[in-house]
Design a protein around this ligand. Sequence first.
Ligand SMILES: NC(=O)c1ccc[n+]([C@@H]2O[C@H](COP(=O)([O-])OP(=O)(O)OC[C@H]3O[C@@H](n4cnc5c(N)ncnc54)[C@H](O)[C@@H]3O)[C@@H](O)[C@H]2O)c1
Length: 331
Amino acid sequence: MLSAELGHEILYLTKEDVINAGITDQEIIEQARFTLAAHGNEAYQMPPKMALYPVVDSFMHSMPGYVPETGACGIKWAECFPDNYKHNLPQLSGLVIVNCPETGMPVCIMDATWITGKRTAGVTAVSASHLARKDTHEIGLIGAGVQGLEQLLFLPLVLPNLKTIKITDKIPASAERLRDTIKEKFPHLNVVCKETNEEIVRGSQLIVSATIVLAVPNPGIKDEWIEPGTLCMPIDRNSMWEWKTFLGVDKFVIDSADEFNFFVSAGKLPKETPDIHAQLGEIVAGHRPGRENDTERILNLNIGMGIEDVVVAKEIYDRARAKELGRVLPL
Ligand SMILES: NC(=O)c1ccc[n+]([C@@H]2O[C@H](COP(=O)([O-])OP(=O)(O)OC[C@H]3O[C@@H](n4cnc5c(N)ncnc54)[C@H](O)[C@@H]3O)[C@@H](O)[C@H]2O)c1
């Protein structure tokens, strides 16, 4: 087993090392379920994010978290710059620092892009298993980027009756690429591209949007298209959705009320807010009901929680040591 001398060295893991640690999508779902339950049971520490906004529509978030049951302790420093495609760079980047909870010492630094992609989709999958209609057979995705891919890799794992996936993107070739990838992975599914958001929304029991978080939202999803019984999953906050949808759904579920309130107070979400039915973790832990009938419209906004990142990062660190991945660097 690779070991760095505590207090004198750290393990450094590239994105490739992180992937080679070998955590499966199914394991990510179980970790998301565990972390959400820990949140619902208040068995965690996680102060709300601190943020920098260097350019319009960008953000940099500090996301600390500690989950005592697993010893997962650390922080993600996450960046989101929507114009990065102009530099041939991804929209999202980041690093995770893993700390030893007994001494506080940093033990590992790793690339966070894989973790962000996977854990976000893992949370959506857990959400869908509690909040989507059991007979969900048609889902729609707007935004066929990194997150779009992960969402569509995870959702079929928890929707046993799924038959059709509809995809759109402002760049049609991106939607077509994603269609081909998902079709290859799940040959039993009907995977199709659509030209309009309306075609994505109408007839879907679950809708995911994963585009760009805009300082000034440009809602491309009209409230009247959303049918009774739909689960709405904005990964990109309120960029694509009319605020009246947030205010008018039967149940508004949030991952963290603290994070939600932080975004409202920072002016990143409107001041008039919907009543929170529950935090997702409270539903996962069994303290609050999830979906109760096939007609309620539910919107689940998951802003993202640092505890989700550090739980996955700790597991990657443990596996990387066992597999002797990465490089030991002096402190
Ligand atoms: N809530 C969370 O925890 C969390 C985690 C990760 C990412 N995100 C958010 O998810 C979003 C997507 O991230 P990503 O890494 O997939 O980015 P990405 O750049 O890889 O993909 C975004 C895709 O959306 C498309 N797009 C942009 N505007 C569109 C529009 N108006 N209509 C249709 N398609 C449009 C782009 O062409 C691109 O294919 C970002 O807003 C990011 O902040 C949220």
